[in-house]
Ligand binder design. Structure first.
Ligand SMILES: Nc1ncnc2c1ncn2[C@@H]1O[C@H](COP(=O)(O)OP(=O)(O)OP(=O)(O)O)[C@@H](O)[C@H]1O
Ligand SMILES: [Mg+2]
Length: 1005
């Protein structure tokens, strides 16, 4: 493109959707940038036409105010719109709107999302509709909805854009004035920009890079993120002398002297906005463009761009200026009726003001009939000349008028927080509190907090103050633990007017929750205990007592474990009914019994009483805030350790979905992944376990460093890697993370960290270290009265670690573990303990123990443990010379280990076979019976007919099912039988094909 051709609409560069409104202006000195734009759009469209999907790109334009960024973006829009099928999305930040949550993203996405057909809309939204919908303002929050976690909104947006982009590709997303984008939008956009290349999206940003041009310090981290972005970056330079000279001569004629033009260029420093402003002045003042006059330019420039209150007053007059202030208050896309009412002018007066403001090139009209400042620099200048009192007052009027106009409290609250405080106006406090609630429902806790802080400054009536503090504390629950703790402590301050009793209980519980999540479990328990003593209401007291039990249970160590357990048992026996609170106590007790290794049936009976037909009861759901997610977690853990893994997996799957729907993407979802990972690990699905655990760990890292959740995830991940035979990787992971004593300083790691660590050392054959770690673990658990050998298999592994040096002691430990496991009574616990005991025995003794272990584990869901026992048994049989039996168990072990993705175990079994002259793989066809067993009855029906040579279509007709289904079943039959049609009969042990009975008779003859 040549410069002559690039006459574009740059003029009122900022006009919102004002593509049609702005005059065409020639864009000078921007050839390189324009080529870059054209090339980027071209690459995107060609790439997409060629079937590409990961073809995204990022273009940024930065530079000083007025340098021409918006003008270039208009060119991007124009070029992109010329492309057939392209979707062009546009949004911009507003200096007055950077505190409006999702202001930019709503502009960007609302139009395209609301344009989708209903079925496409549901596909694009997936499970995120209740999260992204309210945040993007295209859906009311569901009745009874709770606060949204902003991280959940971001995750939802990731999903939505991934779905949307390919459907609307090629897609160009343009954001102007990114420096004024709201924090909620920025935090998603900056992350999306990093991975935009994975989608068919060209992302284009324009922003001022100087920190003074970013609105507050809180945006500083975003500024840094934006500056760090990698892409095609263009920093716009000032215009050249010759371009500015051209601009001057185009306006004032060729008579403009070189010296004048040179001084002009110097004064405006090549800035096109300032050049235009100064040209206006020169024209208004009828200044001759000759050398002698060039000295006056500097003064004129100050007038042109450095407008003061006085200069605006002189230029516009008081009432017109007041109208302009009202407009500045509203930001971008200004509704005339609102501006009129905020300026307290009559309709006629407003009409005159608008006329005057358009004439003075302050305002312009957009195609939708709204108003717009011709340039954001002018809007800033007008707003900044407002005297403080006027500004505070006008924000108050704006808030009221916006509400009256039916635009809602969310929109009004931006003005409410800017109003004058100190009046003690109850209505304002009420409104701000309501606005805070609404902000939480769209995933904007920071905006909610601004409202509540402002409410506190009002100030609220004494009896309300603690309540506002409580709400403030709750608003930061998902995002800012430190703030939450402080505010809730203030809300509970004994020297202030006290909080209503029911709120006191809740505030205490919340405080304890946040303390617990930050690892302060002892504190958490104490806070509840103390408050419980002062709580008169029995239900409230029970809740706090139960909570204190719960936090103690999650502590790394406690002074009086057995005592607490006894008290919990007592509480359990005295329960009056089956309310949610009662069931909460039952769940706690079930978990307590599990940890203690009490007979499994007892714990399971209690856990089953908590559930309603296998599901969590009302009031104890994953997202219920009365009890928090710890409670269902304890239930899930109980099922995992009591061999009811399928039930635990149902709960964990529910958790993942519930948290997704509620948009709780932080620790909550991370924990749900952990729980699922642990369940999968226990079941022996190691590859899946690894995947879930890694996800849990990633989420945890995103929230903070080495949180309890990370310990949990790493611990089980290490265990999983050992099981998969990747001991070195497990060792490195543990070391990199620092998974070793003294472990997490306050919180218990799930499952027992010391046992896991000892197990790792045994796997590394570091027996002395293992012995020390496991002995210590045993002592600690003993004090606590916890004897669950699956949760903490320290004794069995300790036996292995010391077997060589202290065989007697080793036997004692192994025996003790078996005893404890028998006492607990689950098949997996007994089987695993026996298997460990066999490791320190030899000969026939080992064989017998392992035969028992295999029998037990064969009846448990612990697939991997079963596989290990089979291989161990095979090896033990080989050692006593029973090679045939050895071979059989090793084959079984290999098959199961393969199913578990326990590659290391498969290798070990194969080596065992190969080293002793046995075949490392089963020979020939599998046993007919076994193959037949794996066929479903439907597959079997199809197979029998296929063997008879019945063609698929006829099989379909005979069975009355679609042909597609027959083909699918046939494929399964061939796969399972290990044969195509020809050998199928013999693979299934059926008589060979008898296509035609009469033919056979002929042969017989
Ligand atoms: N390359 C150019 N040649 C001539 N005039 C230009 C050029 N770029 C911009 N202008 C004019 O300069 C004025 C300011 O440009 P623009 O609004 O694009 O600046 P900006 O960088 O977006 O400023 P801000 O940071 O304040 O948003 C506009 O009126 C536009 O017409
Ligand atoms: Mg701009």
């Amino acid at each position: 493109m040549t410069e002559q051709e690039n006459a574009i609409r740059a003029g009122a560069g900022s006009a919102g959707d004002g593509d049609g409104a702005a005059p065409r202006v020639r864009l000078r000195d921007r050839d390189a940038e324009l080529r870059s734009v054209e090339a980027a759009v071209d690459r995107l469209c060609r790439g997409f036409a060629a079937g590409g999907t990961e073809i995204g790109d990022l273009l940024t334009f930065s530079g000083r105010p007025g340098i021409g960024k918006t003008s270039l973006l208009h060119e991007v829009r124009r070029l992109a719109k010329l492309r057939e099928g392209a979707t062009v999305l546009f949004a911009r930040g507003g200096e007055r709107q950077f505190k409006e949550p999702y202001h930019v993203l709503r502009q960007l996405l609302q139009p395209v999302l609301s344009d989708l057909r209903p079925e496409v809309f549901s596909q694009v939204m997936g499970t995120w509709e209740e999260v992204v919908g309210p945040a993007m303002g295209i859906k009311q929050p569901k009745a009874g909805a709770r606060r949204l976690d902003p991280q959940g909104v971001r995750d939802g947006l990731d999903y939505v854009i991934t779905q949307l982009a390919p459907r609307r590709a090629p897609m160009v997303m343009i954001v102007d004035d990114l420096h004024w984008a709201d924090g909620e939008s920025l935090s998603w956009l900056t992350k999306f920009a990093i991975r935009s290349s994975e989608l068919p999206v060209l992302l284009v940003f324009a922003f001022r890079e100087d920190e003074n041009d970013w609105p507050t310090e809180t945006q500083e981290p975003f500024r840094k993120d934006v500056l760090r972005l990698k892409g095609r970056k263009h920093e716009l330079n000032r215009l050249t002398l010759s371009s500015v000279t051209d601009m001057i001569r185009a306006e004032l004629g060729d008579k403009a002297e070189d010296a004048f033009c040179y001084e002009f260029w110097n004064v405006v420093n090549g800035n096109p906005f300032e050049a235009n402003a100064l040209l206006d002045q020169v024209r208004d003042q009828e200044l001759e463009p000759v050398e002698e006059n060039s000295r006056q330019l500097r003064e004129l420039a100050v007038d042109a761009t450095g407008m003061t209150l006085k200069s605006w007053l002189d230029r516009l007059g008081a009432s017109t200026l007041r109208f302009a202030w009202a407009c500045a208050m509203l930001g971008t896309d200004i509704r005339v009726d609102l501006a009129t009412r905020i300026s307290t002018q009559s309709t006629e007066g407003a009409r005159d003001s608008i006329k005057q403001l358009r004439k003075q090139r302050v305002l312009t009209q957009t195609p939708n009939g709204n108003l717009e400042f011709v340039h954001p620099l002018i809007a800033s200048s007008i707003y900044n000349t407002m005297p403080d009192a006027t500004r505070l007052g006008m924000h108050g009027i704006a808030a009221a008028e916006i509400e009256n106009a039916g635009l809602g409290l969310l929109a009004a609250s931006r003005h409410l927080v800017e109003t004058h405080s100190g009046e003690g106006d109850d209505r304002i406090v009420k409104k701000l509190r309501r606005a805070a609630v609404e902000h939480q429902l769209i995933g904007a806790p920071e905006a909610a907090q601004r409202c509540l802080h402002r409410a506190l400054n009002e100030p609220p009536a004494d009896e309300i103050k603690a309540e506002v503090l409580y709400e403030l504390g709750c608003s930061a629950l998902l995002t800012d633990p430190v703030a939450t703790v402080n505010q809730l402590k203030l809300a509970l301050d004994p020297d202030e007017v006290p909080l209503r009793p029911e709120l006191r209980v809740d505030a205490t519980f919340r405080l304890s929750e946040v303390l617990a999540h930050s690892g302060e479990l002892g504190q958490a328990a104490l806070v509840c205990q103390k408050e419980a003593q002062q709580t008169a209401d029995p239900a409230g007291r029970q809740r706090l007592q139960a909570a204190s039990f719960m936090w103690h249970a999650f502590r790394k160590s406690e002074e009086d474990g057995p005592g607490r357990s006894a008290r919990l048992g007592e509480m359990c026996r005295n329960l009056g009914g089956r309310t949610a609170a009662d069931r909460a106590v039952l769940a706690m007790r079930a978990w307590d019994l599990t940890l203690r290794g009490a007979p499994s049936a007892e714990a399971l009976a209690l856990a089953d009483e908590v559930l309603d037909a296998g599901r969590l009861p009302k009031g104890l759901g994953w997202t219920d805030t009365t009890w928090g997610f710890e409670l269902p977690s304890m239930l899930g853990l109980t099922y995992i350790y009591n061999d009811r893994i399928a039930q635990a997996e149902r709960l964990a799957a529910d958790a993942i979905i519930q948290f997704e729907i509620a948009g709780w993407s932080g620790a909550h979802r991370g924990f749900a992944y952990f729980l699922m990972g642990l369940a999968r690990f226990r079941r022996g699905l190691l590859a899946e376990a690894e995947d879930f655990l890694r996800r849990a760990h990633r989420i945890s890292e995103r929230i903070g460093q080495r949180l309890p959740l990370a310990w949990d995830a790493i611990g089980v991940l290490v265990d999983t890697l050992i099981a998969r035979g990747r001991v070195e990787e497990a060792w490195t992971l543990a070391n990199d993370f620092g998974f070793h004593p003294p472990y997490h300083s306050t919180a218990m790691v799930l499952p027992d960290a010391a046992s896991l660590y000892g197990k790792l050392l045994v796997a590394k054959e570091k027996y002395a270290g293992a012995a020390a770690a496991l002995t210590e673990a045993g002592a600690q658990l003993e004090v606590r009265g916890w004897r669950n050998t699956v949760w903490a298999p320290w004794a069995g592994h300790l036996a292995i670690a010391i077997a060589r040096d202290e065989p007697e002691r080793a036997r004692d430990y192994a025996e003790r573990a078996v005893q404890d496991a028998r006492n607990f009574g689950t098949a997996s616990a007994i089987g695993s303990a026996l298997r460990l005991q066999a490791r320190i025995e030899d000969g026939q003794a080992a064989v017998e123990l392992l035969e028992d272990a295999v029998t037990y584990l064969g009846q448990s869901p612990a697939g991997y443990e079963h596989a290990v026992a089979l291989v161990d048994l095979g090896a033990a049989l080989r050692r006593v010379g029973r090679l045939d039996d050895a071979q059989e168990y090793l084959y079984q072990g290999i098959e199961l280990a393969q199913h578990c993705s326990a590659e290391g175990l498969v290798d070990r079994a194969r080596r065992e076979l190969a080293n002793y002259g046995l075949r490392p793989n089963r020979l020939g066809l599998r046993d007919f019976r076994e193959t037949i067993d794996t066929l479903s009855s439907a597959e079997w029906e199809v197979a029998k007919r296929a063997v008879q040579g019945v063609p698929p279509q006829r099989i379909a007709d005979e069975l009355g099912v679609p042909i597609g289904l027959v083909n699918r079943r046939l494929a399964a039959v061939y796969r399972k039988a290990g044969s195509g049609p020809d050998g199928l009969a013999s693979a299934l042990g059926l008589p060979p094909q008898q296509r035609d009975a009469s033919g056979l008779e002929d042969l017989d003859d």
